[in-house]
Design a protein around this ligand. Structure first.
Ligand code: 2P0
Length: 330
């Protein structure tokens, strides 16, 4: 797939963030960025990243502007180096990226960001990749980004190949095949204190629960895929909540402990359980940050929204349907 890139070649893409229902935490290979466990996610319509990549002459390294601010471009370079290799070019790129939601706060901005980057960079380079190839490329930036190439429900394979070629995501269902609503309680606007890459490395090195996390992941993946195939919302919700709490047990038993929750995070978990006790099927999931994502059926979203807004410490409540595949904007 060799293709020389012209200076000034540019493309823009949008990718939506995703939330894992069976979660990724831990790596097989840090260089290839392959995960130690598979994962299953839903892609969110309401949260996305728009990224423009422009290959330019005269740059001495890649440059990244994130939400208008200059940022370190090292992780972006990891992905762009692969694109340069495939295109036989030495041109560096200017990357302009913007999220329509809080960055680095547990809303998977690296997932949407690196998926948008993979698509925009390959498009700017004139490369046409399959979605599987794009998923593998996005994975090099961030494991969760491999899933954001796809809309709806996506399954990430941990893979076993030494070159990472079987570590990619694929779509299980399109968003329209099973409409669900995700109601997000924002409990903090700032960026999180410990990034996921560092956090999962220390969980693998220090938590006595890490072997159990690895051993039980395949069963959770099988069960969740079956719940999705059967459109069994209660089963899906129970499994998602269980897997989330298992992840946080792993985080809490890491040394030093990874406590991503704040008081409002915990209060929201109780509010969701109270809702369920009152007959509304709603289930929470939480990532490496303090926000609480609540899964419900579209018909119940107003009730869930009202209950979350009522929780002390919840700053904002957002809604999302399931989103589409990553796509080009130009
Ligand atoms: C997930 N998370 O499956 C899990 C749940 C956070 C908690 O994927 O090191 O930013 O860049 O591959 O993808 C966050 O990890 O980590 C993540 P890297 P990433 O969504």
């Amino acid at each position: 797939m060799s293709q020389t890139i012209e200076a000034g070649a540019t493309a823009r893409a949008r990718a939506h963030s995703n939330i894992a229902l069976v979660k990724y935490w831990g790596k097989n290979d840090a260089v290839l960025n392959t995960p130690a466990v598979g994962s299953i996610s839903i892609t969110l319509d309401a949260l996305y990243t728009d990224t423009r990549v422009t290959f330019r002459s005269g740059l001495t390294s890649d440059e990244l502007q994130l939400n208008g601010c200059r940022e370190n471009a090292d992780t972006v370079t990891r992905v762009l180096d692969l694109v340069r290799n495939a295109s036989a070019t030495t041109l560096f790129a200017a990357v302009e990226s913007a999220n329509n939601f809080p960055t680095g706060a547990g809303l998977a901005s690296s997932a949407s960001g690196f998926a948008a980057l993979a698509l925009a960079a390959t498009a700017a380079a004139g490369l046409t990749l399959t979605q599987r190839e794009l998923s593998i490329l996005a994975r090099h930036g961030s494991g969760s980004a491999a899933r954001s190439i796809f809309g709806g429900f996506a399954k990430m394979h941990a893979g076993t190949a030494a070159d990472g070629s079987d570590s990619y995501a694929e779509q299980l269902l399109a968003g329209g095949d099973w409409p669900l609503t995700i109601v997000i309680a924002i409990t903090e606007h700032g960026a999180k204190s410990i990034n996921s890459t560092v956090g999962m490395g220390s969980s693998a090195a220090s938590s006595p629960f890490y072997p159990a996390w690895l051993a039980t992941a395949p069963g959770d993946l099988t069960d969740l895929a079956a719940a999705i195939a059967a459109r069994d919302f209660e089963r899906l919700g129970e499994l998602a909540e269980y897997n989330c709490l298992k992840l946080h047990a792993l985080m809490l038993t890491t040394r030093p402990a990874l406590i991503y929750w704040n008081a409002a995070t915990v209060a929201t978990m109780h509010a969701v359980r109270d809702l369920r006790a009152s007959g509304v099927p709603a289930y929470f999931t939480i990532d490496a940050g303090p926000q609480v994502k609540v899964l419900c059926l579209p018909a119940d979203s107003a009730k869930v929204h009202a209950a979350l807004l009522n929780v002390s410490g919840v700053l904002e409540v957002r809604h999302s349907a399931l989103g589409p595949d990553a796509y080009r904007l130009d």
